[in-house]
Ligand binder design. Structure first.
Ligand SMILES: Cc1ncc(C[n+]2csc(CCOP(=O)(O)OP(=O)(O)O)c2C)c(N)n1
Ligand SMILES: [Mg+2]
Length: 368
């Protein structure tokens, strides 16, 4: 199996033959069954994510957005491919690099951009920002800033599904850096011990903040699942068909057998850890350019769909124009939206504070 990242950042020990990808993932049933419209939708989703983030970067640079902004540019196929497989009872939870997952589950650009601007019309009413996009109505549970902290929560969601007897699975996303967190291993253990329907998705972009995987992690990442008796796989994350074909297998195991799985999807981010972080101290420009030229997930899927005659060059231009216009309109919407009020500052923070009659805990909810 070829590697998604340059050898310098990635371990290279061989994988078991059974985990090799299918010869052409386009032929996997889950891809064969896609209509022309569905394929175009997948392409559109990836492009919308990219245009949304490019626009948010410009807003950040002109100081319209404060705090952190962790861009997902380069990784779009992962969230798009995974979320496209969601059924009614499937759920998603992720870390702070959450814009792609949010748009992929169907959140609107307006509520997302307004959240980045800290406006009251944002999905978290302007109180969460970039790291805390949420849409419970779309089974999307955030957006979490503590590295690895979302993984035990994802296991809790899976426990909820099993407890209620619902046939679904949770995709709990994390970065390569999160795999070394103790909470992740405690979550692995309980998920396996209790037979919970969760797929742990490691989005391995080769770096955690400013440190490469090579410098920070011993051994293979997904393979650690073996210690918890979970099925696992590692595969590349730039071909959307490949992602869908692989993830479908593990989601099916989780849903049908109530068995957790761990998958590692090799991908790459083009920007620094966050917009405020320097990006030139731990990897070369050549490395980024090489990936962009040869493995850009949007370009590759575009090439595929042009070859399949699902898209024409005119369609590509039209879809791009619409995505740019939508992103621009979302920035205008965010700009024109009101700020949250001081009176509302303690609302929507704790459920018990908003529902005092049903409160069960005692003690103080807020510091003075
Ligand atoms: C518990 C904890 N430790 C440290 C940090 C600071 N921090 C934020 S992101 C990050 C790196 C995580 O990298 P990775 O999991 O690979 O995700 P990526 O940013 O590459 O998507 C670190 C160390 C944090 N937010 N939480
Ligand atoms: Mg990483």
């Amino acid at each position: 199996m070829s590697k998604a990242k340059p050898a310098s950042t990635k371990k290279t020990s061989p994988k078991p033959a059974a985990q090799k990808p299918a010869p052409d993932a386009a032929d996997a049933p889950v891809n064969k069954q896609l209509s022309k419209e569905q394929k175009v939708d997948l392409y559109r989703t990836m492009l919308r994510i990219r245009r949304f983030e490019e626009r948010s970067l410009r807003a950040y640079q002109s100081k319209k957005i404060g705090g952190f902004l962790h861009l997902y540019i380069g990784q779009e196929a992962v969230a798009t491919g995974c979320c496209s497989l969601m059924g009614k009872h499937d759920h998603v939870i992720t870390a702070y690099r959450d814009h792609g997952h949010a748009l992929a589950v169907g959140m609107g650009m307006n509520e997302c951009m307004a959240e980045l601007y800290g406006k009251a019309t944002g999905c978290s009413k302007g109180k969460g920002g970039s790291m805390h996009f949420f849409a419970p109505d779309r089974n999307f549970w955030g957006g979490h800033g503590i590295v690895g902290g979302q993984i035990p929560l994802g296991v809790g969601l899976a426990y909820g599904l099993k407890y209620k007897g619902l046939k679904g699975a949770v995709m709990a996303f994390m970065g390569d850096g999160a795999v070394n967190q103790g909470a992740v291993h405690e979550a692995y253990n309980l998920a396996s011990l209790w037979h919970l329907p969760v797929v742990f998705v490691i989005e391995n972009n080769g770096y955690s903040m400013g440190t490469s995987q090579e410098r920070s992690s011993a051994g293979e990442l997904a393979q650690r699942a073996v210690g918890y008796d979970m099925p696992w796989a590692e595969f590349e994350g730039h071909d959307l068909y490949e992602i869908r074909a692989q993830v479908d297998k593990y989601l099916t195991i989780a849903r049908e057998e109530n068995r957790p799985c761990t998958i590692e999807i090799d991908t790459y981010r083009y920007r620094g850890h966050s917009v405020a972080d320097p990006d030139n101290t731990y990897r070369s420009k050549t490395e980024i350019e090489e990936y962009r030229k040869t493995k850009d997930p949007i370009q590759l899927f575009q090439n595929r769909l042009l070859a399949e005659k699902v898209l024409t060059e005119a369609d590509v231009a039209r879809i791009d124009k619409a995505a740019r216009a939508e992103a621009e309109a979302s920035a205008e919407f965010a700009e024109a939206s009101p700020w949250p009020t001081v009176e509302d500052i303690q609302k929507d923070v704790y459920w018990e504070a908003d529902h005092p009659a049903e409160r069960k805990s005692t003690g103080r909810l807020f510091f003075n």
